[in-house]
Ligand binder design. Structure first.
Ligand SMILES: NC(=O)c1ccc[n+]([C@@H]2O[C@H](COP(=O)([O-])OP(=O)(O)OC[C@H]3O[C@@H](n4cnc5c(N)ncnc54)[C@H](O)[C@@H]3O)[C@@H](O)[C@H]2O)c1
Length: 451
């Protein structure tokens, strides 16, 4: 099938590449000229395991092309995806300007019969809004002969395992109004739907809400275990035992109940806030969503406060080594990463930072150009030299079994603040470290004033 994808970010590029890889003829459109030039040259602008090979292979087979021309993109696709960003506005509502601009661009060049698929995470009612935007633009062009359908097809991939998630989805949700859309989507996704039927058809509003509900549920699990981990610190319990103790109950399950220094990324923080705003805009009073968000914000600040408390609030002239800047491993995405919150707080108190991340240092630097007194070093051991503590914000695989003797030798003091519970507290104590995990290890007793 001829497929066009607007937006070549984490979602759009993976979607385009994976569709091309099963034989569809794909054109990816982006307004970012530099990104498109890089992609045409075979340079992948994001770090996502396995993506480079698929993009290069399909460019070589001419099944995947890139352009900045919306006209070219619209002329190409019988199915056109909208996969652009929906960042949060100041009040937490999703900013739909990019989605609606694409809707206008599509309508400006639309001809024949087309299915327009919204893959961006959007407020309930956006299918109707896109439909209306396209109809108005077509009316302005005096085109009444164009047939188009708009449907919702939210994306559930996870950065870091995006290719595997796209190729083997747990479910493919489609919110549609007409049967003809169902047929097109079934054909389009057939290569990913062979083993068991993963397609779940519903109305557009339910589909749009499904995406927010999924992310809110996952965020709730994380905030829940984080809250329990804080209780564990106060009462002297170990969150890892508790995780196993509750996770063995199949009604709870072991996934997504790891305590840590807060969730980040481009989805959970913004989607929880946006869902809260959607509810309120419809007169629905929510209580849980704001709490989930608050717990998460608190968890990030709490990480910084543990360090400050340990040093009696005086970190002026101290140096901190950071391992991990991305919001999670296997991605270079630093949006809403805990590392930023902790680093900013320490720098503001006169500390300096030496940071290492295997893939996210450029992104972090690009998004935080105002930060002074931070040195980026492409060597995880070198950042430790002369540092007063090691702070771990991301659990990259090669942090799991480091040379502890060397760490101890390099640090000014053998102190580790581990925001991802990578190490075993008993072993750390045996090795002579002061080890502060989340809900385990030593505990710095802190009480924060919640806003
Ligand atoms: N990143 C994820 O893990 C993930 C997972 C599921 C869903 N989502 C949702 O998918 C959507 C996209 O997320 P992302 O992380 O890929 O965003 P992103 O910021 O990485 O990429 C968005 C891309 O859209 C491009 N763009 C903006 N306006 C455009 C236009 N008019 N025409 C063509 N391109 C345009 C931008 O230049 C950018 O390259 C969001 O709604 C997000 O919430 C993201």
């Amino acid at each position: 099938m001829k497929v066009t994808v607007f937006g070549t970010g984490y979602v759009g590029l993976v979607t385009g590449a994976c569709f091309a890889d099963v034989g569809h003829d794909v054109c990816c459109v982006d307004i970012d000229k530099d990104k498109i030039t890089s992609l045409k040259n075979g340079e992948i602008p994001i770090y996502e395991p396995g993506l480079t090979e698929i993009v290069l292979g399909n460019i070589a087979q001419s099944r995947l092309v890139f352009t900045t021309s919306a006209e070219e993109g619209v002329a190409h696709g019988h199915v056109i995806f909208i996969a652009v960003g929906t960042p949060p506005k100041e009040d937490g509502t999703a900013d739909l300007q990019y989605v609606l601009k694409v809707a206008q661009d599509i309508a400006s060049h639309l001809d024949g019969q087309t299915v327009i698929v919204n893959k961006s995470t959007v407020p309930v009612g956006t299918v109707d809004l896109v439909e209306q935007t396209i109809s108005e633009t077509l009316a302005g062009r005096s085109r009444t002969d164009v047939i188009f359908d708009v449907c919702s097809n939210p994306e559930f991939l996870k950065e870091g395992s995006a290719i595997a998630d796209f190729r083997k989805p747990d479910r493919i949700v489609v919110g549609h109004k007409h049967k003809r859309v169902k047929d097109v989507m079934r054909e389009l996704y057939a290569p990913f739907n062979r083993n068991t039927d993963k397609l779940i058809f519903m109305d557009p509003r339910s589909s749009e809400l499904t995406k927010y509900a999924a992310n809110a549920m996952l965020a709730t699990k994380i905030s829940f275990i984080n809250e329990i981990s804080n209780i564990a610190e106060h009462v002297g319990a170990d969150i890892e035992h508790i995780r196993q103790g509750i996770g063995s109950d199949p009604r709870i399950g072991t996934h997504f109940i790891y305590a840590g220094c807060g969730y980040g990324g481009s989805c959970f923080p913004k989607d929880v806030k946006a869902l809260n705003q959607i509810a309120r805009a419809h007169g629905c009073d929510t209580k849980l969503l704001a709490a989930v968000d608050n717990v998460n914000e608190y968890q990030k600040i709490r990480m910084a406060d543990k360090v400050l408390k340990y040093f009696d609030q005086d970190v002026k002239g101290k140096k901190f080594a950071f391992w991990g800047l991305s919001f999670k491993p296997d991605t270079d995405d630093v949006r809403e990463a805990t590392s930023k919150v902790v680093i900013e707080k320490l720098l503001a108190r006169g500390a300096s930072v030496a940071a290492y991340d295997p893939h996210a240092m450029d992104e972090f630097q690009k998004h935080n150009q105002g930060l002074q007194n931070i040195e980026y070093i492409d060597d995880m051991m070198a950042v430790l030299e002369g540092a007063d503590a090691l702070i771990i914000c991301t659990e990259w695989r090669h942090f799991w079994s480091p040379d502890f003797a060397r760490i101890k030798e390099s640090l000014n003091r053998p102190v580790i603040f581990d925001g991802r519970n990578v190490y075993n507290p008993d072993q750390m104590a045996e090795q002579g470290f002061e080890y502060y995990g989340v809900g385990r290890g030593l505990s710095v007793s802190i009480e924060l004033e919640l806003e």
